[in-house]
Design a binder for this molecule. Structure first.
Ligand code: C5P
Length: 213
């Protein structure tokens, strides 16, 4: 069975947790596509000793391997900034498209989360969700995550980083962050994670039943 769930939205809106839980519920494979851009950003920063060179970024995107996706190194504010800079480069995006498209249509079902899954990577996805939340709620969530990991930061810094990243992701020319016309909007500002997951599960279940003969 081929069945794709596309989950898009800005940073820290809850799409990662919702994607993981939904994938576990239905037994679908899950790809956090942000990790691909984070890995390219991280490797480009390392190779350029802090400087992001577009030619190098494209080369590294073409040669990305599963070993580069070790999450522990990639979940830092510096890597998030680098990710959104390389993500604005059309050549980098092009190098990562085929892998994501293949993953989306693999047998057994797939959940992909990112910024352009419902619009560019898999416009034919059976279910599309756009997960969002207010800027202050998203900043508070990300701040708590970073503090729990021992990162030295402030809520103001986190909010300003999120807003800068949202602006870069939404305003770029290639595959900007956008809600697909046929995506269901899930606003988690005042929704618990359990309630948001339950809503996503119900929506996917309904679509699976519609597809049954
Ligand atoms: O989702 P996450 O915060 O890990 O994504 C890091 C960055 O990768 C985003 O800010 C965005 O610039 C980029 N990205 C993207 N397209 C995707 C997933 C992530 O441009 N499908």
């Amino acid at each position: 069975m081929q069945f794709t769930v596309a989950i898009d939205g800005p940073a820290a809106a809850g799409k990662g947790t919702i994607s993981r839980e939904v994938a576990a519920h239905f037994g679908f494979a899950h790809l956090d596509t942000g990790l691909l851009y984070r890995a390219v950003g991280h490797r480009t920063l390392e190779a350029g000793r802090g400087v992001i060179d577009p030619v190098m970024a494209e080369e590294l995107a073409k040669r990305l391997s599963p070993d580069d996706l070790d999450e522990t190194k990639l979940r830092t504010p510096m890597v998030a900034r680098a990710a959104s800079r390389v993500a604005a480069m059309p050549e980098v995006r092009k190098a990562l498209v085929a892998f994501q498209k293949d993953f989306a249509r693999r047998k057994g079902g797939a959940v992909l989360d990112g910024r352009d899954i419902g619009t560019v990577i898999c416009p034919e996805a059976e279910v599309k969700l756009f997960v969002t939340a207010s800027n202050t709620v998203r900043a508070e969530r990300r701040f708590q995550e970073l503090i729990a990991k021992g990162t030295d930061t402030t809520i103001e810094q986190v909010l300003s980083d999120l807003e800068a990243r949202d602006a870069r992701d939404s305003e770029r020319d290639t595959a900007p962050l956008a809600q697909a016309a046929d995506a269901l909007l899930l606003d988690t500002t005042e929704l618990s994670i359990d309630a948001a997951v339950a809503e996503a599960v119900a929506c996917i279940q309904k679509r699976i039943e519609q597809g049954r003969p």
